[in-house]
Design a protein around this ligand. Structure first.
Ligand code: CA
Length: 236
């Protein structure tokens, strides 16, 4: 196939590597496999993939080190594949420039959605003519130039900080944003406003979610941050 998107799959466990590779190939991606950090870096240079799926537990070096080395000279989108319950590792990877992460074990849909989002952002960054004025997700609509947010066609009123938070998440729809990143963007780098962020997020959810305890628009990535979802599966 011409113009197939190629993905560098860095994974040392053969069973997992084959499983992921089968999913990717059947969705028309071209897969380049690497089993170590060293292989990954050499294949990145020789094959120029469109995206990298990077397992953090590699035999020859720490996946985080591989990430650092890559980010020193290369901005190919990277999705980190992380073990469960290692929030610190996920945050570290995101801070070092990973675009997203996925936690083992993951489902096919989740993997493909993360890949689509990461590829889309990469294209965004390279194009100057994004129509970023109007955003619609489920029954939520944001008009950035008029600064109007509507839910089911009814305008909802947010404080300036709530507005900043929701638009930051909307402009990064599908991507996880770390707490630290959101705080830095909203309040600046010199404050620790994690309590304020929690309070504001609760207020936003009260205003946009049918059931704030089970949010569908903005989900919490426990120990990491928040993500505005790509697609609303169902509106109750
Ligand atoms: Ca591994």
């Amino acid at each position: 196939m011409i113009n197939q998107i190629s993905i560098l799959l860095v994974e040392d466990e053969v069973v997992i590597s084959n499983f992921i590779s089968t999913i990717l190939c059947s969705n028309d991606y071209n897969v380049i496999k690497a089993e170590s950090g060293k292989d990954a870096i050499s294949l990145l240079t020789s094959k120029c993939p469109d995206l990298i799926l990077l397992d953090l537990g590699l035999p020859d070096m720490d996946g985080v080190e591989v990430l650092k080395m890559i980010r020193a000279w290369n901005d190919t989108p990277i999705i980190v594949v992380s073990a469960r319950d290692n929030e610190r590792e996920k945050v570290e990877a995101l801070d070092l420039g990973a675009d997203d992460y996925i936690t083992k074990p993951f489902g096919t849909d989740e993997l493909l959605a993360r890949i689509r989002t990461a590829l889309r952002y990469n294209n965004f960054n390279k194009s100057d003519n994004i129509d970023a004025n109007d955003f619609t997700l489920g029954e939520l609509n944001i008009n950035f130039s008029k600064r109007i947010i509507k839910l089911k066609d009814k305008e909802i009123h947010l404080t300036p900080i709530e507005y900043k938070i929701i638009t930051l998440l909307a402009k990064n729809v599908g991507k996880v944003l770390t707490q630290e990143y959101i705080i830095k963007e909203i309040w600046g780098p010199f404050k620790n406003e994690s309590q304020a962020l929690r309070v504001n997020m609760a207020n936003i959810r009260r205003k946009i979610e049918t059931n704030p305890a089970e949010p569908v628009y903005i989900i919490t990535e426990i120990g990491v941050g928040y993500r505005m979802v790509d697609e609303i599966e169902q509106i109750i």
